[in-house]
Ligand binder design. Structure first.
Ligand SMILES: Nc1ncnc2c1ncn2[C@@H]1O[C@H](COP(=O)(O)OP(=O)(O)OP(=O)(O)O)[C@@H](O)[C@H]1O
Length: 558
């Protein structure tokens, strides 16, 4: 019997090729597996458009594949001094009240011993929590993860080409969870993630720009609507009627001032045509190629007027979610009509004065000044001189505005204009109501001329409008002018008079307004005392036919 060669040797020489083949086959298999995983992950990352898409890929395909339970993908800030989470495992998995929570902390220093280490390493780096915890100084998130039961951490840098973008942290709750055999695959995936992040960030930027464009579009739409409304109003007010010497004087002043950029102050009772005159000045001026911009200083709360006039930057105050262009800016190269300037709060008077003097404005929350070329026409039915003596109106602003005052006479002082004004309104309202009305009877005209017209031309205009609706023939014979309406009760108490609620409300509002010198808004205004917004008070006044004139007159009668 021949001596058998030592078993060990035979096994060694005969089994080695087999074993190698097996290892090779295993390796090939693994490579093939890795290739197909990479292909699959690459396709999913390439399709990722949002953070949520990438979140899904990491959570579903990557985390479990490498034995992790949580992950954080942190991006390097532009200054390369800090990093912060871009996406991470779901919020509810975290102890959000813990100050060490890496998710709620937004600015981890790059030089924290882990992040910077990962950036410097060419491949994934594995850390054991137990070892890390023995280090004298640690990033805040390490004790946090240890408390969450994490035993092992695997970090890999994320790059896009040559550029470092961040680090992917994978966390496992047992030791030996991460296998070195998969490090190559993880490096490949990290590169794919780097490209994915860049796509997502570019996409986010585009979305942001689209949102910004849409916001501007909406703002432009609003401004366009405003300008169209203004244009319509302007068209409707094109004609200034009046042959009386008082009105001839006004026309002459208009033609003298129109050509220049001089500030004009229009004075006169409510409804005397101040706005119409402002439009006439603008239309006759070289600025008439642009629309006149109007701001009613009494129609909104003081807090809003500033932003209405000067605009604001996004986020400059609560509610300023968008940038807004103010009326001063909008009126560049045109005319700004500041109606009811007497109602402007003192603090804003100073800002208007500055804008008039410096010819530049600043948006609320803005850092730069904006040059504006604006011609200002202001109007008020208040006695501004009296307001100045009572320190409710700044004297410097008064003198700045009072460069070229034009006082509109009340209708009762130019009764000779009543027939032409009445004819003008009859023609307009008869046409718009599809009626043929030639004019007023002598009796009706006498009635109009005898009336005091506290609401001036506006009152006449409304009166004719109502009368047209009530008239059946071609001539207006009957006109109903306001009278005191009260019903006297007979019976138990003959002194008692039943009055309508409207009458009582009207009288009460008048009393309060008189008490506060006709001031509507502000700390000494009637609205505050009546505990209603100034705009509500103004609309009640309009509804009840209360005009400033009534207040002035009832004060004078006292
Ligand atoms: N001379 C005029 N010719 C034709 N219509 C006029 C004239 N004056 C005023 N009106 C008409 O009277 C109405 C009131 O005019 P306007 O609004 O200009 O007055 P106002 O003095 O600015 O009033 P308020 O002080 O209340 O703002 C408008 O409908 C306007 O068309």
């Amino acid at each position: 019997m021949s001596k058998k060669a030592p078993a060990k040797e035979i096994t060694a020489t005969e089994k080695k090729p087999n074993e190698n083949r097996t290892i090779l086959a295993k390796l090939l298999n693994q490579k093939e597996n890795e290739q197909s995983i990479l292909l699959c992950v690459a396709a999913r990352i390439a399709a990722a458009r949002t953070r949520a898409d990438l979140w899904n890929v990491i959570n579903e395909d990557i985390l479990g594949l490498f034995g992790g339970v949580y992950y954080t993908l942190c991006l390097l800030h532009e200054d390369r001094r800090f990093h912060s989470p871009f996406i991470h495992s779901k919020d509810e998995q975290f102890d959000v009240d813990n100050p060490g929570n890496p998710i709620i902390r937004n600015d981890h220093p790059v030089e924290d011993g882990i992040f910077d280490y990962a950036l410097k390493s060419s491949g994934p780096v594995q850390f054991q929590m137990e070892t890390l915890l023995k280090q004298p100084s640690l990033p805040v998130y390490i004790p946090y993860w240890a408390k969450m039961g994490i035993q092992e951490m695997l970090v890999v840098k994320i790059t896009n080409g040559d550029e470092d973008r961040g680090v992917l942290y994978l966390y496992a709750n047992k030791t030996g969870a991460f296998s070195q055999g998969q490090f190559g695959l993880l490096s490949g995936i990290a590169d794919l993630i780097g490209t994915g992040i860049c796509n997502i960030l570019a996409n986010e930027k585009i979305e942001e720009q689209i949102a910004e464009i849409n916001r501007y579009k909406q703002q432009l739409e609003e401004e366009k609507a405003y300008l169209i409304a203004e244009q319509r109003a302007a068209e409707g007010f094109a004609e200034l009627i009046g042959t009386s010497p008082e009105m001839q004087k006004v026309f002459s002043l208009i033609s003298k001032v129109a050509d220049s950029s001089t500030t004009v102050l229009l004075l006169g009772e409510t409804g005397t045509g101040k706005e119409l005159v402002a439009r006439a000045i603008h239309e006759a001026s070289p600025r008439n190629g642009n629309l006149m911009i109007k701001v009613n200083c009494a129609a909104m709360p003081a807090s809003l007027i500033e932003s209405e006039l000067f605009g604001h930057e996004k986020g400059s105050f609560t509610g300023a979610s968008e940038r807004r262009i103010g009326k001063f800016e909008l009126a560049h190269n045109s005319t700004l009509f500041l109606d009811e300037i007497g109602e402007l709060p003192l603090e804003l008077q100073a800002k208007i004065l500055r804008a008039l003097q410096e010819k530049e404005i600043e948006r609320i929350g803005g850092k730069t000044t904006i040059k504006v070329d604006v011609r200002v026409i202001a109007a008020t039915n208040r006695n501004l001189e009296k307001e100045v003596t009572q320190q409710r109106f700044r004297s410097d602003l008064y003198y700045r505005l009072n460069v070229f005052p034009i006082t509109l006479p009340p209708l009762r002082k130019r009764k000779q204009d009543i027939p032409s004004l009445a004819a003008h309104f009859i023609e307009r309202f008869a046409r718009s109501n599809g009626k043929t009305i030639h004019g007023l009877s002598r009796k009706a005209m006498d009635k109009l001329e005898a009336y005091a017209w506290p609401g001036n031309i506006r009152e006449l205009e409304h009166m004719i409008e109502r009368t047209i609706l009530l008239t059946n023939g071609h001539i207006i014979r009957n006109i109903q002018l306001p009278e005191k309406s009260s019903i006297t009760l007979t019976g138990h108490n003959s002194e008692f008079q039943v009055r309508s609620l409207e009458e009582v409300e009207r009288e009460y509002i008048l009393t309060v307004l008189k008490h506060y010198n006709g001031r509507i808004s502000g700390p000494h205004g009637a609205a505050l005392k009546l505990q209603i917004p100034p705009t509500t008070l103004i609309s009640r006044m309009q509804k009840l036919g209360i005009q400033k004139e009534h207040i002035v007159r009832s004060s004078a009668e006292d």
